[in-house]
Design a protein around this ligand. Sequence first.
Ligand SMILES: [Zn+2]
Length: 238
Amino acid sequence: MRYFSVERLEDADAGQWSGEYRARHRWGLSGVECPRYGVWAEMDAFPSVELSGEAASTLAEQRWPTTLEEYNRLVALVRPLVPPELPVRAGGSFGPMVGTARGKFGPITNWPSWEVVLREDAVELLKAEGVTGVIAVRMELKSRRSNMPALYELEARPLAKLHPDCIGEWKTPPCDICGRPETFSLPPKRWLLRSSIPEGLDVFGVEGANLHVVSERFVEVVQRLGPADVTYQELPAA
Ligand SMILES: [Zn+2]
C-alpha cells in the first residue's frame, strides 16, 4: 500500500474552490508557560473527543497561556476523558469546530495547513467503499447559503512515526518540568517508519507532526468526486 500526506496547493491562486471557514474547536487546552522553555502550544485536534463536566466548562473559555500549575490541573481534568492513545497537551483541542463558512468547497480541503476538511459526499463515498479509519466529525458552521453541503473535519490520530533518519538532528529534547515531548521541525524530505504504520487503516496521523496521512485507496475514492485544491505528497516507508 502506498501512503500520501494531504497538502495544500503550492500556488494558492491556482485553486478553483472559493470555500472558506472561520471556526475553532469547542474545547481547547491553553498554551503553557514553562519555566525553562517559555510559552508553547501544539496544534493537536481531536474533534471526535467529547468533553464533559468541569473539563468542558473550563476548556470552552480559557485559551491564553497559563501557569504550569494551572496547566497541570487542566491536563489532569481532561486526561480521563481522552482515549489513552491520544496525547493531552498544551494547545490541544477537542470537540467539533464551531463557526461560519462561505463559498463553495471541493471534495477535500486542506486549509489551514494542519486541518483537512471533507465534503459530505466525500465522507459518504469513503464509507460506502469501505475505506477504513475515517474519523470525520461534522463541523457546526453557519452559512448564508441554505444549500451549503455539510463539512466534516478529518481527524488524524498520531499512530505512525516518521523514520528517525529523516528527522536527523533537528530536535528539541523533551522537558521534564512541563512534560513537553521531544519536538522536531518537519523535514522537507520525509518518510515513514515502516514498523510504525498501523495495519489496515487508510487514514492516520504522525507523532510529533501535523500530517494527515491517507492511503492510495483513499486518494482514488476521493478523486472520483472531481478536482480538489489539494495535492498528495507520497510518503515512502523504510
Ligand atoms: Zn518545559
